[in-house]
Design a protein around this ligand. Structure first.
Ligand code: FPP
Length: 245
C-alpha cells in the first residue's frame, strides 16, 4: 500500500522562510560524536532545506549560519564552521547558479577571513541576476548590531542633510537594514526545541509566524519542512486586526 503524505497547499505558501538551524551539537552528543560531526550533518541539512524550498516554490530562504555571538565558541569550532561554509560555497555555488538562485549574505564582514569574503563576493556577483529564489545566509549576523548600524547610517544622513527628519518612517528605516529589498519573513522556523529568536531578524520578525520544531537541525528533512509549512498554513495571520471576532 502506498501511503500518500499530506503536502502543503500551494495557495498560501510563505513567501519568505527564515530558519534558526539549532541542535547540531546535541545531535552529535547523543551519538558520542564530536560537535563537528553534527555541523557536517547540518551542512547536509542545509542542502535539503534549499532543495525543499526550491521544490515548494518558496521565494526567499534565510539561514542563520553564524551569529555575532558565535565567536565566543572555542576557536577550533569556529574554524570548523567557517571551513564548512567555505566547502559549501565551493561545492554548491555552480548548482545554485544553475538553479537560478540569487545568493546574498547579511552580517558584518570585517571579522571574516579574506578568502571567505572573496567567496561571498563571488557568490553574490555570480548570482546577482538570478530570479527563482533568494538564498540569504546570515553570517556574523546579529539583529542588535544590524539595527544599531542602521540607526547610525540614518542619523548620519539626517545630519548631512541628505534625509529630512520628517521623512524618517518605518519604511525608510527598513532601507538602512541589511535586508533592504527583501520581504519580511512570513515564517521563522527554529529546530531543536529551543523557543527563542537569539538576536535573529528582530525588526523583520514583527509579524512572522514562529514554528518551533523538536528535531535537531541535522535531522531536518523535506517532511520536516512540509510539516512546518503546513503548521504555518493552519495559522491565522491578523497583523494586529481582529478579523471581526
Ligand atoms: C547550531 O547548533 C548551529 C550553528 C551554530 C551553525 C549552523 C551551521 C551549519 C548548519 C553548518 C554550515 C552552514 C552552512 C550555511 C553551509 P549548535 O552547535 O548551537 O547546537 P547545540 O545547541 O545542540 O549545541
Amino acid at each position: 500500500m502506498t501511503v500518500v503524505l499530506p503536502q502543503p497547499s500551494v495557495e498560501r505558501l510563505p513567501r519568505h522562510i527564515a530558519i534558526i538551524m539549532d541542535g547540531n551539537g546535541r545531535w552529535a552528543k547523543r551519538r558520542h560524536l564530536p560537535r563537528i560531526a553534527g555541523h557536517r550533518k547540518g551542512a547536509d541539512a542545509v542542502r535539503r532545506a534549499v532543495e525543499g524550498c526550491l521544490d515548494l516554490g518558496i521565494q526567499y530562504l534565510t539561514l542563520y549560519a553564524f551569529s555575532s555571538e558565535n565567536w565566543k565558541r572555542p576557536a577550533e569550532e569556529v574554524d570548523d564552521l567557517m571551513g564548512l561554509l567555505r566547502l559549501y560555497l565551493r561545492q554548491e555555488l555552480n548548482d545554485l547558479h544553475r538553479n537560478n538562485v540569487q545568493v546574498r549574505f547579511i552580517g558584518e564582514r570585517d571579522r571574516l577571513s579574506k578568502d571567505i569574503v572573496s567567496l561571498i563576493n563571488e557568490a553574490e556577483t555570480m548570482t546577482a541576476q538570478n530570479t527563482r529564489m533568494g538564498l540569504v545566509i546570515a553570517l556574523n549576523y546579529g539583529a542588535h548590531a544590524e539595527i544599531t548600524a542602521a540607526a547610525k547610517a540614518l542619523a548620519r544622513d539626517v545630519a548631512a542633510g541628505n534625509l529630512a527628519l520628517d521623512d524618517v518612517t518605518e519604511r525608510t528605516f527598513g532601507r538602512y537594514l541589511a535586508t533592504d529589498g527583501l520581504p519580511d519573513p512570513d515564517l521563522i522556523i527554529r529546530t531543536s526545541g529551543e523557543q527563542r529568536l537569539s538576536n535573529f531578524l528582530l525588526w523583520q520578525a514583527a509579524y512572522a509566524e514562529l514554528v518551533f520544531l523538536d528535531c535537531f537541525w541535522p535531522d531536518f528533512s523535506r517532511s520536516t519542512l512540509d510539516d512546518a509549512v503546513q503548521e504555518f498554513q493552519r495559522r491565522e495571520r491578523r497583523y494586529g486586526a481582529n478579523n471581526g471576532q
